[in-house]
Design a protein around this ligand. Structure first.
Ligand code: ADP
Ligand code: ZN
Ligand code: ZN
Length: 706
């Protein structure tokens, strides 16, 4: 296909061809960061997908924009050495200029090559199809859509009359939409305050103007729920989802439908922020604070932040919805950069659960015994049982116990390959490492001293489930965590059982906190949330607060029961500011205290961070690479005024026998950090070659976890 010789008569002469830029999947470390030069026909439009030769293989590329005149000179190859482009997939309209600007921005900001990123966010199947196969796919899509359009019933959907607060909120959104360049809006409202209804109404407006709507949700599990709600409201409209749970064929079909402008509504997880949408008119980011919006490998982008940038590029409203906004977003709202729209009441007047801070210090202490299930908590659970109501007991640690322990010799079930304990799973009597996955049978006796009496220390959801079953005979107890939901469809089945009232007490990790609407739950108990108060990770309190607000929001969604619903927090630190704010459901107070701390500590959102991580076969290899990188940084004039911290081991320093180090860079200004990284990171590719023991390194801009 990339054959340079015009051998067949059908092929036009390349004599009049010109230099074109093509973005190809060349990773950053190959040193090819920008699009590459090829020869192409005069009229080859930017955004067109073309086959090109890259090294010895043929690959899909995207015709990119010409560099500003003059810039192509320098080290560019002379035209007679350029390879001609191959066949264009011209059955597809080109990817738009604003899509290309989004990719340019994301690649530059997250320090990736634009081609690598652009090709990675296209549906994988697109790269495998030739022009004829693509034509066939498009035909099929036409047929399917025609059939769907015939089947759709056009009955006008029912929609509730908006509450006064909602009307005001919608009016505010509409006022933004009328602006030439609307600022992003933070829709701040409790769970159940009617935010989704505002998304639906704003979407209606955008659709009425012939525009497309993109709605992002944090998790795949939540797309079907939201899709059902949108489908009910927008019967007869074309709605597609985009997430990693689709088959490659589905993903291509949905992507094409969006790209061709046929899908009117696109619902998706973080990768959908890159969907090609020629008539995008509204962007919604639901639960904008959720950590899942940050990609954790490759280009570590934040879909929330990119959504805001995309809204700015396309001059369309972006709605960020949350009950507990990220502190970054909250600070933007305080500073007036984002427009804040509040929904302070729950629909139907449902009250928030009463928060009971149960002081663990009041319990009688016995050596070696920690009772997660205090007597008062058990009483509260029994009351619910007697009334036929449901309870949720929340513990963010799966497995039976985090570690097995021998009290004769102090042996602990450490993972042989990681700096972490192996977790005791009682169900299948294994010790499993949650970091590298290694698993082994539980030993009969202490492997170190032979003591047959080794015991679990601490508690995970499995043990909690067992203890609840002992304490509440006859109660129907179910557990939802990563272990019970491994099989496809099992989460849905288990949630269904809860909804159908087949469960009295549900035990779960944070998995149960998100989005599920458990109307019959009137008691939510967090039995051991204290760890986050003293974490090395400065965002841990923020995550805990939002998680507890969110699990609390599970209780009392049914207004009839709301008055007696409770969020029970068992803590050794009931006076902690976080719990005090939680008790009053006062996000504003919590955010205020956190922001004050962040400001005095010079942390985000008042500083901008980048983290360089290195993995090596040995501690020395990883550390020395980062030390050398630091030394190189100090030579750069742009490093002036930045804080470059010495390399330190990561929180779990060794995983699967790989040693992991990280180095933090802190800047007062985003632009300053960006300019420095652009100067510095390319030098690390060279440095790596001299540090043979380094397996890989990566940079994380705006890291969520440090
Ligand atoms: P949120 O997205 O903030 O959690 P929702 O939009 O899901 O809130 O609203 C909570 C519940 O109230 C939903 O069942 C929704 O259908 C219903 N609801 C929303 N707005 C209204 C309204 N104006 N009148 C009646 N019910 C409403
Ligand atoms: Zn021992
Ligand atoms: Zn391990």
């Amino acid at each position: 296909m990339s054959d340079a010789e015009p051998s067949t008569p059908a092929q036009p002469s390349t004599a009049s061809w010109r230099r074109v830029s093509v973005a190809v999947d060349a990773p950053q470390h190959s040193g090819l960061t920008g699009p590459l030069d090829y020869l192409g026909p005069q009229d080859l439009a930017p955004g067109t997908l073309v086959q090109v030769g890259l090294g010895r293989r043929d690959t899909l590329g995207i015709v990119w924009d010409d560099p500003p005149s003059g810039e192509a000179a320098g080290d560019a190859l002379p035209e007679d050495q350029l390879r001609p482009v191959g066949a264009a997939l011209d059955a597809l309209p080109p990817l738009s200029a604003s899509w290309r600007r989004l990719l340019d921005f994301a690649a530059a900001y997250y320090q990736r090559s634009v081609g690598e990123l652009a090709l990675a966010v296209l549906p994988p199947q697109l790269r495998e199809l030739d022009a004829a196969q693509l034509q066939a796919r498009l035909k099929k899509l036409d047929k399917a859509e025609a059939a769907a359009a015939r089947a759709a019933d056009q009955a006008p959907p029912e929609r509730p009359a908006l509450t006064e607060q909602q009307s005001a909120a919608l009016a505010a959104v509409q006022a933004l939409a009328a602006q030439a360049s609307p600022p992003p809006a933070l829709l701040w409202g409790l769970t159940g305050s009617g935010k989704t209804e505002i998304y639906l109404r704003a979407a209606e407006d955008a659709l009425a103007q012939g525009r497309q709507v993109l709605v992002l949700v944090p998790e795949i599990n939540l797309t079907p729920q939201l899709e059902a709600r949108f489908a009910a409201r927008f019967a007869g409209h074309s709605i597609v989802s985009l997430h990693s749970g689709l088959t490659p064929a589905q993903r291509l079909r949905h992507w094409l439908s969006a790209h061709l402008g046929r899908a009117q509504l696109v619902l998706g997880t973080r990768l959908a922020v890159f969907a090609s949408l020629p008539r995008l008119g509204l962007l919604v980011v639901d639960e904008e604070h959720d950590p899942s919006y940050k990609q954790q490998d490759g280009a570590r982008y934040s879909a929330r932040d990119l959504a805001v940038y995309r809204g700015h590029l396309e001059r369309i409203p972006v709605l960020l919805g949350s009950a507990t906004p990220s502190l970054e977003t909250w600070q933007h709202a305080l500073a007036g950069r984002y427009r804040r729209i509040d929904l302070t009441e729950r629909i139907g007047g449902g009250e928030l659960p009463t928060v009971r801070l149960f002081d663990m210090n009041r319990l009688e202490r016995k050596k070696g015994v920690t009772t997660a299930l205090s007597v008062p908590l058990l009483d509260a659970l029994r009351k619910r049982l007697a009334r036929g109501e449901q309870s949720l007991v929340f513990l963010n640690r799966r497995g039976y116990a985090p570690v097995l322990h021998c009290d004769q010799c102090n042996w602990k079930s450490d993972c042989p390959h990681c700096s972490a304990h192996q977790v005791f799973h009682r169900e299948d009597r294994t010790l499993r490492c949650h970091h590298c996955g290694v698993s082994q049978r539980v030993p009969r006796a202490c492997p170190s001293c032979g003591n047959p009496d080794i015991a679990p220390l601490g508690r995970g959801t499995e043990r909690l489930e067992e203890q609840l079953a002992e304490a509440l005979p006859g109660a129907r107890i179910a557990r939802i965590d990563a272990d019970t939901t491994r099989l496809k469809g099992s989460l849905e089945a288990q949630l269904g059982a809860v909804h159908d009232g087949e469960v009295d007490v549900l035990v779960g990790t944070q998995m149960v906190a998100k989005g599920h609407d458990f109307r019959r739950i009137t008691l939510v108990a967090a039995v051991n949330p204290d760890g986050a108060l003293f974490s090395n990770d400065f965002r841990a309190p923020e995550r805990l607060f939002s998680l507890l607000m969110q699990v609390g929001g599970r209780a009392g969604r049914d207004a009839a029961q709301a008055s007696r619903s409770e969020l029970w927090v068992q803590t050794w630190y009931p006076d902690h500011a976080l719990f005090q704010a939680l008790q009053k459901h006062d996000y504003e107070a919590f955010a205020g205290s956190q922001l004050a701390e962040r400001m005095s500590a010079g942390l985000p959102p008042f500083a901008h961070l980048a983290l360089v991580r290195a993995e090596g076969r040995t501690v020395e290899a990883a550390r020395e690479f980062l030390e050398a990188a630091q030394a190189q940084a100090q030579e750069l004039p742009l490093a002036m005024g930045l804080l470059i911290y010495p390399p330190v081991p990561m929180a779990v320093a060794r995983v699967a026998n790989v040693e992991r180090f990280q180095m933090l860079i802190e800047a007062g200004h985003r632009g300053q950090l960006q300019r420095f990284l652009r100067d510095w990171l390319p030098t690390l590719h060279g440095l790596r070659k001299r540090h043979k023991g380094v397996l890989r390194w990566a940079v994380d801009i705006d890291p969520l976890v440090i």
